[in-house]
Design a protein around this ligand. Sequence first.
Ligand code: B1M
Length: 209
Amino acid sequence: MSKIAEVKAKVEAGKTKLVPGLVQEALDQGNAAEDILQAMVDSMGVVGDKFSTGEIFVPEMLIAAKAMSKGVEVLKPLMASDGASSLGTCVIGTVAGDLHDIGKNLVSMMIESAGFNMVDLGVDVPANGFVDAIKANENVTLVACSGLLTTTMPALKEAVETIKASGLTGFKVIVGGAPVTPEYAAEIGADGYAPDAGSAAVKSKELVT
Ligand code: B1M
């Protein structure tokens, strides 16, 4: 089994202690950080499918997520900022009622590498939490809202509407997450949408320059 396949298998199995070492070994063997990351993202797809079919339950899903997060920590320094000039501050968070943060963390990492300073509000962020953070931080040029559940899509809508209704200006709002479509993003008044972390970085830069 290749080292990348081993990383994928151990993330699926939730082997939190083994994954960081395996990720490092995969890097040492010359594998690209992007390929290792993709393998871990694929693992989450498998985990989700197993959850859907009742083969595993929430605790297994949670430990697989923890294992992936540990692996991402090893990759993060390699995907850090290229030193580009600052594009301002990006406030990012997962919307109210939603505890999924792996995708949001990857998006945050990529937006940071595009040249933004990040203020990460975490998960389960109420609509007003975004507004408070825009007020509390200097030079906010971007607000990024993530939502992973079909049931929290209304919270995404509320977040965008609340931010827009706040009267605050000088920033753009980007949304994304598995159930979100470009049409939904436009419908709820977001300025931008991206389907994945890489394109979120590209879109974010485009929105503020
Ligand atoms: Co949850 N979960 N989960 N879960 N979980 C999903 C999302 C699900 C699809 C699984 C399934 O049924 N197949 C399903 C949602 C179904 C639906 O909405 N129709 C689901 C469910 C049902 C639930 C619970 C309700 C289960 C329950 O309790 N019965 C519950 C809800 C809890 C809550 O949030 N209130 C729940 C809980 C959990 C855990 C806590 C156990 C855990 C999350 C732990 C964590 O995040 N720290 C978890 C996990 C791990 C998953 C799966 C398996 C993996 C999610 C993930 O990290 N994917 C997921 C199944 C799946 O994704 N196939 C599932 C990898 C990640 C890199 O991808 O997050 O999609 P993703 O992010 C991508 C893009 O979406 C995009 O870019 C990212 C990177 O490329 N993106 C953006 C994300 N945010 C963006 C923002 C942007 C732009 C792009 O701009 C701002």
